[in-house]
Unconditional design. Structure first.
Length: 138
């Protein structure tokens, strides 16, 4: 899919991404690499967003792309490319106002989730350590 996308064969890229997603859906859940599945949905959304709207009827391409990017984030909240894509959709003039509002809401939700996950991942303990140090001074 990526090779076709790079040479602007959007239909070929979309077909390849959809086929890869279909194959993953056949796997046992224990075999699924969720990071990769999330990336496939993001890449599919990226290819769809690059198309002209008449190729996405009845749903505008921008809205279909937003749906796919949201799916990517549902699968993996830490997909930075998908978070960035949603942020871009917030300001894209081709995205309807309703879709922009939804993208903004989702972006803020995922931003907060990513911050929580990131802080938990590095076990951010500075406030706790400072509080402990100050209690020892009293």
């Amino acid at each position: 899919g990526s090779a076709r996308h790079k040479v602007n064969d959007l239909q070929g890229a979309i077909k390849a991404y959809k086929e890869a997603i279909r194959i993953v859906a056949l796997l046992d859940e224990s075999q699924v690499d969720h990071q990769m599945l999330s990336m496939l949905h993001y890449l599919l959304g990226s290819a769809v967003s690059s198309q002209e709207d008449h190729k996405c009827r009845p749903t505008p391409c921008a809205q279909e792309a937003a749906r796919l990017v949201r799916r990517a984030l549902d699968i993996n909240h830490a997909n930075a490319e998908a978070v960035e894509a949603l942020a871009g959709m917030r300001t894209d003039e081709n995205v309807t106002e309703a879709a922009q509002a939804l993208a903004a809401e989702l972006y803020l939700d995922y931003e907060a989730e990513m911050e929580r996950v990131s802080l938990n991942g590095v076990q951010y303990r500075v406030p706790e350590l400072i509080r402990g140090a100050l209690e020892g001074v009293r």
